[in-house]
Design a protein around this ligand. Structure first.
Ligand SMILES: Nc1ncnc2c1ncn2[C@@H]1O[C@H](COP(=O)(O)OP(=O)(O)OP(=O)(O)O)[C@@H](O)[C@H]1O
Length: 249
């Protein structure tokens, strides 16, 4: 996952199609700017996707997706396999260039996906500690391990972790990162009920502190004040656009 963790950068690219108009704004929630000021968290946190289109493998996956998230807000992204949820997160993280539209990130970004990026031969605490030191967050290692119930696994080599334990380690990195923007790709994959409860608590704390969360998930995930965005209509719009362009040829 080392390649998936990036300092915030702002990318702007003109939308190539003014027809891409539908927008989605999550409802405001009680975790807002006032709370961020109270917690003394990040100075500015926002993620704005404007008329985003994504193309992969020569195929337009979705188009016309707009989203504006501020401090304390969260959204769940749903949609059938292959609609482009993971791709959307990669575009939002700045790892994949949008085909159309713009992405503006205000704040550092942590993408927690299937990648692990922890030294497999190190004990978990040392492997996570490597990143914690890089981020100047060594003192937060123990709380991050505790947040995902990993204390007992601290001395266990990463290669010996189970699927769910590895997923918890990935999520612990998000907690440890101090990045206000969390992009979580199928965060509940492999987690048992207790671990999901811990994840939900960690997410609630993050929002309370003025962070924001985008979670692509097929599973229920309780996120305070979160709306749900179904990617299907945006994938349908992409299909319709592709068909119209084919007809024009
Ligand atoms: N590196 C890549 N190169 C080309 N095409 C890709 C690449 N990665 C993904 N795709 C394609 O993009 C489409 C969307 O994939 P993506 O993983 O974003 O969907 P998803 O909605 O997250 O799916 P799932 O629910 O199965 O996780 C798929 O058809 C996939 O084959």
């Amino acid at each position: 996952m080392g390649g998936n963790w990036r300092r915030a950068r702002t990318s702007r690219r003109p939308c190539d199609d003014p027809r891409d108009r539908p927008s989605f704004r999550p409802v405001g929630c009680r975790h807002g700017r006032a709370r961020r000021r109270r917690t003394g968290g990040w100075s500015l946190t926002a993620l704005t996707l404007d008329r985003l289109a994504c193309r992969r493998g020569g195929r337009l996956l979705f188009t016309g997706l707009s989203l504006d998230l501020r401090a304390g807000q969260a959204i769940r992204i749903t949609g059938a396999n292959g609609t482009g949820k993971s791709s959307l997160l990669r575009v939002a993280a700045g790892l994949l260039a949008p085909f159309g539209g713009t992405v503006v990130r205000e704040g550092r970004t942590a993408l927690a996906d299937e990648g692990l990026a922890l030294d497999r031969d190190l004990p978990l605490a040392d492997a996570l500690g490597f990143w914690a030191r890089l981020d100047g967050r060594a003192s937060r290692l123990a709380p991050a391990l505790a947040a995902l119930g990993l204390e007992a696994l601290a001395p266990v080599p990463v290669r010996m972790l189970s699927t769910g334990q590895r997923k918890r380690a990935v999520l612990a990195r998000a907690v440890l990162s101090a990045a206000p923007i969390w992009l979580l790709d199928e965060p509940t994959n492999g987690l048992d009920a207790d671990a999901i409860a811990l994840l939900e608590r960690a997410c609630a704390s993050h929002l309370e502190a003025g962070g924001l969360i985008v979670a692509a998930t097929h599973q229920p995930l309780a996120l305070p004040g979160a709306a749900t965005l179904d990617l299907t209509p945006f994938a349908d719009a992409a299909r319709a656009r592709t068909m119209a362009e084919d007809d024009d040829d």
